[in-house]
Ligand binder design. Sequence first.
Ligand code: GDP
Length: 364
Amino acid sequence: MKLGIVGLPNVGKSTLFNAITQAGAESANYPFCTIDPNIGVVSVPDKRLAVLAGIYGSERILPTAIEFCDIAGLVKGASKGEGLGNKFLSHIREVEAIVHVVRCFEDPNVVHVEGSIGPLRDIETINLELIFSDIEMLERRIQKTQKAAKSDKSLQNELALLERIQNALEDNKMARSLELTDDEAEFVKDLNLLTYKPVIYAANVAEDDLANDGATNENVAAVREHAAQEGAEVVVVCAQIEAEIAELEDEEKAAFLEDLGLSESGLDKLIRAGYKLLGLISFLTAGPKETRAWTIVNGSKAPQAAGRIHTDFEKGFIRAEVVAFEDLATSGSMAAAKEKGLVRVEGKEYVVHDGDVMLFRFNV
Ligand code: GDP
């Protein structure tokens, strides 16, 4: 999973991104992740892993990871090529979801590009750039489809849908706010529009606003109201505090969070929101060597899950031995879980659940 961080200059993006890379997962463990200074890889926190590793006596624990991509430089006029804008916009096309950092903290020492705090205006400024970029892309697509539709009448529906999206964008609406049938949604997803990507608004607040989750901050309230209309998520963070948390060891971190009256860090909240927004779940594998979590899309079947580990596992999939994490944990061992009849043998059509502990049988 790759999330792109966007927002106006001076809202706290780099501070948050630096916290992410500080907290960063050991990149050697994640060879699939791109080595790029603008990409930070973080582990997805999962308390189940330590329990499983205990049961199996695993040598190491490998949490699943997500990537955050710092997309700085998105400013007013970006879609018109200002400030290398188009280059940044193309980076956003590569991410699965967007984290849009919005400044909700007052601080006379930190200049605001527009001279004052105004989360809704800021959101609109960035969203307009995304809209302009999509309109430009759609125009080219519509021209092509119009030509092709002259000899191929079956393209009329496609053309009508493209024009519907174009009209919505011209009304300053995000493509994701459109109501679409399943087929339409699939088609639109393939267009890779920036304004169709799921968004988490990260409301960057002052430390004092953290404990009550921004409940008394009117800027946060405005962001929440806007997000609700758009069908987007809001996570309240304090980038500066995140930067401090990222430097702490796990135990210190827990104590520090408790002092602040928090149960988890902003980064962990962002990761959870991203999982929820993208409909992701984790399944687990365990053995004496390692205990590991893997990310899949909710609704994936057993062979697809096996394919996350290795493509050969998907091709040669025969069956999977599955036990729910809770069942295994309360039984204390795989043998005990088997005795109680809690371990199932599942085939190709099995839909994997979050927290399934799986062992695959496959042909090579
Ligand atoms: P970017 O341009 O969006 O990447 O913003 P930066 O992360 O560079 O932050 C701009 C300035 O705001 C820096 O001086 C940060 O120290 C400051 N800043 C970032 N987050 C916070 C915050 O949560 N509270 C306060 N008071 N200042 C912050």
